[in-house]
Design a protein around this ligand. Structure first.
Ligand SMILES: [Cu+2]
Length: 327
């Protein structure tokens, strides 16, 4: 295990570690919050069977405890005043209870990151050194891309039965991670399957480590379904220590916004509130394994748009693609 060798320059290790932290020290507080709303959301998800409604009002995920397996469409309504996303985590059997994750993963990473923020590298490394080796067995079967305050993102993905966590690891201005503040939710994908067919896409985005994003973008206004095809995926391990490929759709105003965007999605340079002014995040598809596919839907109006993957120096990897809607 090479966690002990982390330095501030080895940003990708840190990003990887942050991506897999899935716990909330405030879990109990979250559970006390708005039980009525949660129940209503649950009923609506069960009623349709194919739709998973998720709402965030402050720093929580209001969503069903159980969902059907197969294709489901997730609608994530961000009613808060912060930017969020949903990354789904699949922890190894026997390690996937909230208390274990809290003690073994979340606490050392959060403490370590706060030390790094203060420039206390040695102390930060000591915290990361406490992390267990089973950390690199986590899988990421999907999720929803970045979504700005007041907007709703829609992503359709395929999940197999099992126990998962939904998390958001954007950081608050003070360095605290959103999942520590409550953005962590355990849910179970049931054996019972949905009756949703795989969506039909208007546009296809191929994403790979070799070629970046390859696609033909739309040019006119409309509501479109985008297919994201993960041709491959970066291997998650402490040795390779790199972040994964994903796709986020964002509206921007000018070149300065693009520079700010590329910096902000690099976890060690950004991902802290507030998100840069001038950017409107419109959802996308979070990390999936090689060979998997996910869909997202978005309405495009005239203006400048970009797709970006949440990796350091995205533009150099062909993982920042711009396009324009003219009419
Ligand atoms: Cu968040």
């Amino acid at each position: 295990m090479k966690v002990q060798k982390i330095t501030l320059s080895n940003v990708s290790v840190l990003h990887f570690l942050m991506a897999i932290v899935t716990i909330s020290l405030l879990q109990s507080c979250k559970d006390d919050k708005k039980p009525k709303d949660k129940k209503e959301v649950e009923i609506s998800a069960v009623a349709d069977g194919n739709i998973v409604e998720v709402i965030t009002e402050t720093m929580e995920f209001q969503m069903p405890d159980t969902i059907p397996s197969g294709w489901t469409t997730w609608r994530y309504n961000n009613k808060s005043n912060q930017t969020h996303f949903i990354l789904i985590d699949d922890w190894p059997e026997g390690k996937n209870n909230i208390d274990t994750i809290r003690q073994k993963i979340l606490k050392p990473i959060n403490d370590g990151m706060l030390f790094f923020d203060q420039g206390k590298v040695k102390e930060g490394q000591a915290e990361f050194g406490k992390l267990p080796v089973w950390l690199n067995q986590v899988k990421f079967p999907g999720g929803i891309g970045l979504i700005s305050p007041g907007l709703t993102a829609e992503t359709t993905m395929y999940l197999n039965p099992g126990k998962y966590y939904a998390e958001c690891y954007i950081r608050m201005e003070n360095g605290m991670i959103h999942h520590i503040m409550g953005m962590i939710k355990e849910f179970v994908v049931m054996g019972e399957t949905s009756d949703l067919d795989e969506p039909k896409a208007d546009y296809t985005i191929d994403i790979s480590t070799e070629k970046g994003m390859v696609w033909e973008p739309p040019t006119s206004t409309g509501t479109y379904t985008f297919l994201v095809k993960f041709i491959d995926q970066i291997e998650y391990s402490l040795e390779t220590s790199i972040v994964g490929l994903d796709v986020h759709l964002v509206k921007y105003r000018n070149e300065d916004d693009l520079v700010a965007l590329e910096k902000w999605v690099d976890f060690m340079q950004g991902m802290k509130e507030p998100a840069p002014e001038g950017l409107t995040f419109l959802g996308g598809v979070n990390d999936m394994p090689r060979g998997n596919t996910g869909y997202f839907k978005a309405t495009l109006k005239p203006g400048k748009y970009a797709l970006i993957s949440e990796v350091p120096m995205a533009s150099e990897k062909n993982l920042l693609k711009t396009f324009e809607i003219v009419e």
